[in-house]
Design a protein around this ligand. Structure first.
Ligand code: Z5A
Length: 213
């Protein structure tokens, strides 16, 4: 849980699951309640973080080691936390973030096979108790996510991975939800957009009612 005045919500899921599409919908739900929201993303969210993102996604760096990838994710995150997330939370704002440390557990811990323990040690070092208050885990079978993402023109370094990589990522996400069911809420995303958004609305309404009403 965040140790600050504001609230911290993240969206997670495998590639193509609909985070980018739905983050604006969630922002709208919060703003309709008069809440001040900032939307940001990882890796990225700061000028330095966006440059690190370029390095991470660039397919010319296909020789990048799993450890280098892991450390770059946390380097971008450290800057994001210092420059954006902590100041916004301290000012009482709602931070809505497209991916955070759960993505590192899923992609580097699960997908790359580095394991959860190493990720947990870095998380403790970089942000200690700064965990989201709520994580919306959009869940979709890998084939469907890849099919949706495949409609785009160019593939970045992650999008070039094979489906067994994304199966490990999805499995890791589901294990995280099992470990922390109060924080990580699974939202089935294998449905038309209106239905997924109705599910998101239901989860958000229930959560907001119990947390801040
Ligand atoms: N990464 C990591 O490895 N470790 C970390 O710690 C972090 C990140 C933080 C970049 O992230 C990469 O960084 C990511 C993991 C890694 N790579 N991968 N894979 P990203 O979040 O920027 O990249 P992404 O996951 O590829 O996001 P995305 O491509 O933008 O996917 P999305 O946001 O989940 O999906 P979308 O763009 O909203 O939707 C995809 C398409 O599906 C689009 O055409 C939509 O119109 C369509 N769509 C959405 N919802 C529906 C429904 N319900 N039905 C039908 N069609 C739909």
């Amino acid at each position: 849980m965040t140790a600050a005045a504001g609230h911290f919500i993240t969206l997670e899921g495998i590639e193509g699951v609909g985070k980018t599409t739905n983050i604006e919908f969630v922002r709208g739900l919060l703003e309709a309640r008069g809440l001040e929201v900032i939307v940001t993303r990882e890796p990225g969210g700061t000028p330095l973080g966006e440059e690190i993102r370029e390095l991470l996604l660039d397919h010319r760096h296909d020789a990048m080691s799993a450890d280098a990838e892991l450390l770059l994710m946390f380097a971008a995150r450290a800057q994001h936390i210092a420059q954006v997330i902590r100041p916004a939370l301290a000012a009482g704002k709602w931070v809505l973030c497209d991916r955070y440390t759960d993505a590192t557990f899923a992609y580097q811990g699960g997908g790359r096979g580095l394991g959860f323990e190493r990720v947990a040690r870095l998380a403790d070092w970089v942000h200690h108790d700064l965990w989201p208050d709520l994580t919306l885990l959009l869940d979709l079978p890998v084939a469907a996510g890849l099919e949706r993402a495949g409609r785009r023109n160019s593939a970045d370094r992650f999008e070039r991975e094979r489906s067994d990589f994304f199966e490990r990522v999805r499995d890791a996400y589901l294990r995280l939800a099992q470990r922390e069911p109060r924080r990580v809420r699974i939202v089935a995303a294998d449905a038309p957009l209106e239905q997924v958004q109705a599910r998101l609305r239901a989860v958000m309404t229930e959560w907001l009612t119990t947390r801040i009403d």
